[in-house]
Write a protein that binds this ligand. Structure first.
Ligand code: NAD
Length: 494
């Protein structure tokens, strides 16, 4: 136990010595790798009080320019320490080093620069937020609309893209002048602690960014979202958890932003560039071991290209290198935990029971020592099931997809929309009119055409139906993390 890394909470600018904790395993080896603090109600209360105190101190009086300069300084500091962040993310998740170094951590850092730019542009456009109201007798009133911080923001984050999804919320929250209490996933605590340390080293006042570790229901997560001192709650995670968080937010009531699950479709039309569509779809199914909310799990392929598409995707799946996260050629990491692996394998079994035709994979993945005890699942593709089969309806969050055949456009749009989720969809077609028609008809927060997971921080992001409540991204983030205020000043007739 003493050789395990110790992951502490960070409250009021200091790490809190561990008094209670839980063991966390390295998903690539299945071996214990860290002892993580489990914040109790009293510690969560301390974190919320530290955040409140920070708002009453110098942070509460900062100007926008100072805050944005801080965000940019922090981005530079994180960049200089990129290798430390990469190593921490890999230790928690077993993700392969190449995408972690080239995509995930750089995007996490980019969130700070992007929201600094977004907030600056918003402030420059503020001239549009003053207007005059004519009144009787020549008098008038001047209305000035401005942003104020909301206060203490509770941020509850998932494990799949730990630092990236955390900074997506921390950056705009701080740009708007709030203080935050962050509850990272119990499976991925390391980079949140590093972020708090780095922010402190860059001069963020004590108490502005606090981290409490621990589990969700009945533990630190629930304590945070039920705390009456939290003024707004933002959450990314499962739809069921989102429902519980919305209930907790109703006492107050407090604003809540929910980024939830998906069961994302891709529509592959016969007129597309098939090689490009296969390569793009392979990324959208298997990147991050299928553990991205934007992952594609329902593939609809037009009949004339079905066989070629399916063969190409099977080849891509079978070409993925799994194993050592530190090997440059590795592309497939493990599931995050034994529980998540078992959930994925349970759904694989359900596909088999339902009579799916297995094209590749279908079970656990054998990886040689020292990774033999890791939480590996095989990249898997099936076909032949009806749209209402469990594997075609439930989010798996694993490296798998079901491939169905379709004949015409109206049919496939109806089938793609027949889901309780609506987070992201992808259309592969060579026909620009079709792309516009189909893209417009899909019930989905984001629709990509001939690409996947192209993200611009200025674009609104969120889900239709059970995939979320509200939008973040660009001005939408600023709106969520601000109280918007109107000052209405009477002006007598001159
Ligand atoms: P999860 O809901 O199990 O956990 C997310 C976080 O919520 C963790 O920090 C957890 O400890 C906490 N939590 C759990 N129960 C809680 C409760 N009752 N009160 C307060 N906090 C609680 O989700 P996960 O397994 O970590 O992440 C995977 C899910 O996240 C998938 O469904 C995926 O689609 C979704 N996701 C959505 C987006 C998006 O932007 N829409 C992005 C990434 C992941």
């Amino acid at each position: 136990m003493s050789s395990l890394a110790s992951i502490a909470c960070f409250i009021g600018g200091r790490e809190v010595p561990l008094s209670a904790g839980f063991e966390k395993c390295d998903p690539a080896t299945g071996q214990p790798s860290a002892l993580v603090a489990e914040a109790d109600d009293a510690l969560v209360d301390r974190a919320v009080s530290a955040a409140r105190g920070a708002l009453q101190g110098p942070w509460g009086r900062t100007r926008l320019g100072e805050r944005l300069a801080f965000l940019e300084r922090l981005a530079g500091h994180m960049e200089a320490n990129l290798a430390i962040l990469v190593a921490a993310e890999i230790a928690d998740t077993g993700k392969p080093v190449t995408p972690t170094t080239q995509v995930e951590i750089p995007r996490a850092i980019a969130n700070f620069r992007a929201f600094a730019q977004i907030a600056r542009a918003d402030a420059q456009a503020a001239s549009g937020t003053t207007f005059e109201t004519p009144m009787a007798g020549g008098a008038w009133a001047r209305n000035t609309v401005s942003r104020r911080p909301v206060g203490v923001i509770g941020i509850v984050a998932p494990w799949n893209l730990p630092l990236l999804l955390l900074t997506w919320k921390v950056a705009p929250a701080l740009a708007c002048g709030n203080a935050v209490v962050v509850k990272p996933s119990e499976h991925s605590p390391r980079t949140a602690l590093l972020l708090a340390r780095m922010a402190s080293a860059c001069g963020l006042p004590d108490g502005v960014l606090n981290v409490v570790h621990g589990h969700g229901a009945g533990a630190a997560g629930e304590a945070l979202v039920s705390h009456p001192g939290v003024d707004a709650i933002t959450f990314t995670g499962e739809t069921r958890t989102g429902e519980a968080i919305m209930r907790a937010a109703s006492s107050g009531p407090r604003p809540v932003s929910l980024e939830l699950g998906g069961k994302n479709p891709a529509l592959i039309f016969a007129d597309c560039d098939l090689e490009v569509a296969i390569a793009g779809t392979a990324r959208s199914v298997f990147d991050n071991c299928g553990q991205v909310c934007l992952t594609t799990e329902r593939l609809f392929v037009q009949r004339p290209v079905f066989e070629r598409f399916a063969a190409g995707l099977v080849q891509a799946a079978e070409g993925l290198t799994a194993g050592d996260p530190w090997a440059a050629e590795t592309r497939l990491g493990p599931a995050i935990s034994a529980q998540q692996r078992d959930k994925v394998l349970g759904l694989y079994a359900s596909a088999k029971t339902a009579g799916a035709q297995l094209l590749t994979g279908g079970g656990a993945l054998a990886v040689p020592a020292p990774f033999a005890e890791g939480y590996w699942v095989a990249p898997t593709l099936w076909t032949g099931l009806p749209d209402d089969a469990e594997i075609c309806r439930r989010e798996v969050f694993g490296p798998c997809a079901h491939i169905s055949v379709f004949d015409d456009e109206d049919e496939v749009v109806t089938r793609a929309n027949a889901s309780e989720f609506g987070l992201a969809a992808t259309v592969w077609t060579g026909d620009a009119d079709r792309a516009e028609r189909v893209g417009g008809a899909l019930e989905s927060g984001t629709v990509w055409v001939n690409c996947w997971r192209v993200r611009d921080e200025r674009a609104p992001f969120g889900g239709f139906k059970k995939s979320g409540v509200g939008r973040e991204g660009g001005r939408h983030s600023l709106d969520f993390y601000s109280e918007i205020k109107t000052l209405c000043a009477f002006q007598p007739a001159s």
